[in-house]
Design a protein around this ligand. Structure first.
Ligand SMILES: NC(=O)c1ccc[n+]([C@@H]2O[C@H](COP(=O)([O-])OP(=O)(O)OC[C@H]3O[C@@H](n4cnc5c(N)ncnc54)[C@H](O)[C@@H]3O)[C@@H](O)[C@H]2O)c1
Length: 247
């Protein structure tokens, strides 16, 4: 059933972001599929529209402030409003500590951390003062407990997203905007295919629920936080990891 709300989902051309876009669209929310891979974003938006949903694709490189501003402007012009921002775009390197370069460090921080902050900052004029505005940041179990497999650039960027979520939740609460994080465990998407099958099996053996996560598991948590009746939940980090890490 259409409900007139609109969500921006960054990195939504595939994987977790796409599952989030699909889940929100199923709930009648208009979804902006915002991604650097515009071809795939266009294709996925077309599929959603053919299925009777309300979706549109927008190019964004979240490491560029100009690109973020243009994407938000174009999405707001297309849909008429923005109610929900899901900061999902991210990249992963699993480089050993001794081999991490300055270039890798800067690239990961630019996309995973700077991108999240400036998407929040630039979205404020659209979100402020609207009822039930939501920001949901996709962090990681790596940001909570240091990870068994991801590189330190990634670990630090995802820990930074948690700190930003806590700090921004306090600052944006008076504007009527909740800010929460979702921390996925090990989820079967392209991003983990850089690990060997043995490494993935080892990680799976550490998951009490007994399986790897699915992109849809993350989408369910995001859809919950995006609801209109969650105004009192802010500054929270929701773990979706099959019990791999708790506490
Ligand atoms: N898969 C996991 O196990 C896992 C675990 C914890 C957290 N996460 C996080 O979930 C998010 C989604 O990951 P995924 O597993 O779906 O990965 P993925 O690689 O399948 O998808 C990432 C998406 O982000 C897009 N993207 C990359 N750089 C971009 C940029 N500069 N600007 C805009 N879009 C860009 C890609 O084109 C792609 O569509 C990431 O932030 C990731 O760190 C994933």
């Amino acid at each position: 059933m259409p409900n007139n709300r609109v969500a921006i989902v960054t990195g939504a051309a595939q994987g977790i972001g796409l599952a989030i876009a699909k889940k929100l669209a199923e709930k009648g929310i208009g979804v902006a599929i915002a991604d650097i891979n515009i071809k795939e974003a266009e294709y996925q938006a077309r599929l959603l529209n053919e299925g009777g949903k309300n979706a549109a694709s927008f190019y964004v490189d979240v490491s560029s402030l100009n690109s973020i501003e243009k994407m938000l402007h174009d999405a707001a012009a297309y849909f008429g409003q923005i109610n929900i921002l899901v900061n999902n775009a991210g990249i992963l390197f699993s480089t050993p500590v001794q081999e991490i370069t300055e270039e890798e460090w800067d690239l990961v921080m630019d996309i995973n951390l700077k991108g999240v902050f400036f998407c929040m900052q630039k979205a404020l004029p659209y979100l402020e003062g609207r009822p039930h505005s939501r920001i949901i940041n996709i962090s990681s179990i790596a940001g909570q407990m240091g990870s068994y497999a991801s590189g330190m650039s990634y670990v630090a960027s995802k820990g930074g997203i948690l700190s930003l979520t806590y700090g921004m939740s306090r600052r944006l609460a008076p504007m009527g905007i909740t800010v929460n994080a979702v921390c996925p465990g090990t989820i079967e998407t392209d991003i983990i295919r850089q690990w060997t099958p043995e490494k993935i099996r080892e990680l799976e053996s550490r998951i009490p629920v007994g399986r790897l996560g699915r992109a849809e598991d993350i989408a369910s948590a995001v859809a919950y936080l995006a609801q209109e009746d969650t105004d009192f939940i802010t500054g929270e980090a929701v773990s979706v990891n099959g019990g791999m890490y708790c506490g």
